[in-house]
Design a protein around this ligand. Sequence first.
Ligand code: ZN
Length: 291
Amino acid sequence: MKCVICNSANTTNLNKSVQGCRKAQVIQCHDCGHAFLHQVSLPAGFYEHEFNTFMADRAHDPTWNDAAAHFDARLPIGQMWVERLKTLVSFDQMDTVVELGSSSGFFLSELKKAAPKLQTIGVEPGKTFREFADKQNIPTVESLALAPTKVDAVISFFVLEHIIEAESWLKTLRTHVKPGGVVISIVPNVEEALLSVYQDPHYDQFAWQAPHVSYFSEKSLTALMARLAPKVHVHHFQRYTLSNHLNWLSGIKPKRSLEYAHISSDMNSQYKKSLEQNKIGDTLIGVMVIE
Ligand SMILES: [Zn+2]
C-alpha cells in the first residue's frame, strides 16, 4: 500500500489493534514516518452524537459528558496553549481568529483574556458544547461555512488527524485566511517518546484509535502543508508531564492518573524541554503562512 502523504511504496502494516474499529489496519511509511488507518469506518453522525462518549470512556474522563466541567477542567490547558502559540504568532496584531473544533470554548476564552480586542469565532459540530460556549460569550457556529472568511488565523487543536481528506480540508481552511495570515494545525506526534523510545505496550494499545485516521511525523506534516503554502514551519511540543509518562510505564494509565509529589515543576520543565529538543514530544504544531 502506498503512503497517503509521500506516495512511497515503502510501507508496513504494523498489525495493531485499533480501538473503535476492528477491521482497520495501521500502515506506516518508512520514508516519511507517516502512519494512517486503512479500511476504517465510523458510524454516521459520530462527531455530532458519539464523540464525547467515546472520549469519556477512552480516557476515563467524565468531563467529556459535561460541558461546564470540561470547560473548567481545561482552562489551564487553554492558557498553556495561548502562552505557547504567542511565541509563534502575534495575536495582538490580529483582528479575527477562528478555532475549528472549539469544543467547550476553553482555548478561545483564554485567548480573549490575552488579547481582549480580538474577535474570536469557534466552530463546533457537537450541539451541547457549542451551545454551552455560546452562552459563555464565546461565539460558536456549527460549521466552517458559517464562519467569516479572510481572517488572520484559523487554528485547530487535534482535528487534522481525524480528517480523511486532510489535504482538501487544509485547502478549505486556506480560503478563510487573508494573505499573510496563518493556518495552525496541532496534531499528535507519531514519533513521541511513549511510542518511539519507551514503546510502552499500554500506551501502544491506547494510541491507535478509529477516530484518528492520520498519525503525523514532523516530516509528513511538513510535506503535506508545503503542498499548500510556500512557507511552512513545524514545532515540537510536549503536553504531558513526566508523572504522566511514569503512569503509563507503571501500568496505571489509562484508568488512573497521579501527579507524583517528588517530581518538581523544574524537573518537569526540563523533561518536557528535552523531549521537544529531541523531537520526541507528544505534539506537533504545524504553521502554514498563507500568501
Ligand atoms: Zn510517506
